[in-house]
Design a protein around this ligand. Structure first.
Ligand SMILES: *Cc1c(COP(=O)(O)O)cnc(C)c1O
Length: 451
């Protein structure tokens, strides 16, 4: 079975080298097979990829061992135990940060940092609209006002040049996101933050071990949040972590995530904004994470290499533009492989049809996020009774009227296409099959768009 696939791939490779002049050197292959291979799957041809994409999560004996160790120890909570602190030390070391604190999720990592900064009603927090809803939710949980700054359509990241105009006397923090696992323009964001003396909370929930100028993301702001939810590049089902280089901030975060208490006793620790919660990681999760961490260096390398190879190939297809990495990016975590699709170059075929055709090629892909600022879930904040009480009707109407991010809406509505991180754990030839599928659709766009 495997051998057969290889042969077919070799054939596909050969035919693509020969190009459109298929008659040359291919006469020994029956014509029906030739046309099947060249035709896109949605038109009845054979899919470009007929194998299996790598499964997720990756599980081995080590996960079992670590999990059973925790189970039999009877110590299932981090308090007075060892597994979570061991994971924190590993994670701290691998990110090259001063302190690491494990939390119950990426969302609670962000909440903990907002709590440690004592963000609350009347405060404004800046975020990009091109993100997972959690970035927004943690701001609203604190009754602070989320202020959206549009994205740079080339990179999919927050447009640093637009942040300054969104800052008001009420701005209390910037919460940019390393979306897709690729760093935002760290230098540009940090420059604005310094000018206005604003703390930066890095939402690095998709960006484990991504690097800006050789340094792990999460190390640039006052702190960075990571997620270990099942879909993320580091996975314990649920889970999260904060990294920081500020001891005082670390202590405040610890206190906040542990009901306002310090680490060595149940004494209440002042300075945490007089609020707290229970956002602790369990020892089971820490055990799984310790095992998963041993696989991470190889996975990081593979995703990055495969993504770069894919970018090389896709950049040559008219109408396909991979998300740009800023010059300071020395490594993307590639939680998502994101590119822009220009239907004009595909005979006007709209994105959903392109995605259907690519799925038919055996290449799973999706249009990604819907626009947050167009969603009723977000827009209804203007009618929320607590927000009306805190900010007044006039302010909330203005907030609603100012929800405008055209670049984001273009990405969400028409252009973005995503491949997932697990596909990037495939082989080099798997990457070639992705490009192959898109090239086929490109060649036959006219016929497909008529379907
Ligand atoms: C996953 C994610 C979160 C939330 O993490 P959870 O662990 O699911 O709570 C926050 N922000 C972004 C950008 C994410 O992708």
């Amino acid at each position: 079975m495997k051998k057969k696939t290889m042969n077919r791939r070799d054939f596909i490779k050969t035919s693509s080298m020969v190009g459109m002049g298929a008659a040359v050197g291919l006469s020994h292959i029956p014509y029906s097979l030739q046309s099947q291979n060249r035709q896109s799957a949605i038109l009845g041809g054979r899919p470009s990829f007929g194998g299996f994409w790598p499964g997720w999560p990756v599980i081995g004996a080590l996960e079992e061992q670590e999990l059973l160790k925790v189970l039999h120890s009877g110590q299932w909570c981090r308090l007075g135990s060892k597994t979570t602190p061991r994971f924190e030390e590993e994670f701290r070391g691998m990110t090259g940060s001063g302190y690491a604190l494990a939390t119950s999720s990426g969302t609670t990592a962000l909440s903990t940092m907002l709590g440690a900064l004592d963000i609350g009603p009347g405060d404004e927090v800046i975020l990009p609209p091109y993100t997972f809803i959690a970035t927004y939710n943690v701001i609203v949980q604190n009754y602070a006002l989320p202020i959206f700054v549009d994205i740079d359509i080339k990179s999919f990241q927050i447009d640093a040049a637009k942040i300054e105009a969104a800052i008001t006397p009420h701005t209390r923090a910037l919460m940019p996101v390393h979306i897709g696992g690729s760093p935002f323009d760290v230098d540009a964001v940090m420059k604005i933050a310094a000018k206005y003396n604003l703390p930066v909370i890095e939402d690095a929930c998709q960006a484990h071990f991504a690097e800006w100028k050789g340094k792990s993301v999460g190390n640039f702001g006052v702190g960075g949040a990571f997620s270990f939810q099942a879909s993320k590049n580091l996975n314990s089902g649920e889970g999260g972590a904060i990294i920081t280089n500020n001891e005082d901030f670390y202590k405040k975060c610890y206190s906040f995530h542990h009901q306002g208490q310090g680490s060595d006793s149940a004494s209440l620790v002042p300075g945490s904004g007089t609020r707290g919660s229970n956002f602790r990681l369990t020892e089971f999760q820490a055990g799984i994470l310790l095992a998963q961490m041993t696989r991470i260096p190889e996975q990081i390398k593979k995703r990055f290499e495969n993504a770069q190879y894919l970018t090389e190939m896709l950049s040559e297809i008219p109408g396909i533009t991979p998300a740009k990495l800023y010059e300071g990016v020395t490594r993307s975590a590639y939680h998502l492989y994101m590119f822009r699709y220009d239907k004009q170059q595909f005979a006007g075929m709209d994105r959903s049809k392109f995605i259907g055709a690519l799925n038919a090629e055996g290449v799973p892909c999706s249009p990604g996020y819907v626009s947050l600022i167009k969603d009723a879930y977000v827009r209804n904040l203007a009618q929320n009774k607590h927000y009306l009480k805190i900010y007044g009707e006039k302010r909330m109407k203005l907030w609603l009227d100012q929800l405008s991010c055209p670049a984001n809406d273009r990405l969400c509505g028409e252009e973005a296409v995503w491949l997932t991180q697990t596909m990037l754990l495939g082989s080099k030839s798997d990457m070639e099959m992705i490009a192959k599928g898109i090239r086929k659709i490109s060649r036959e766009a006219k016929a497909i768009s008529k379907l």
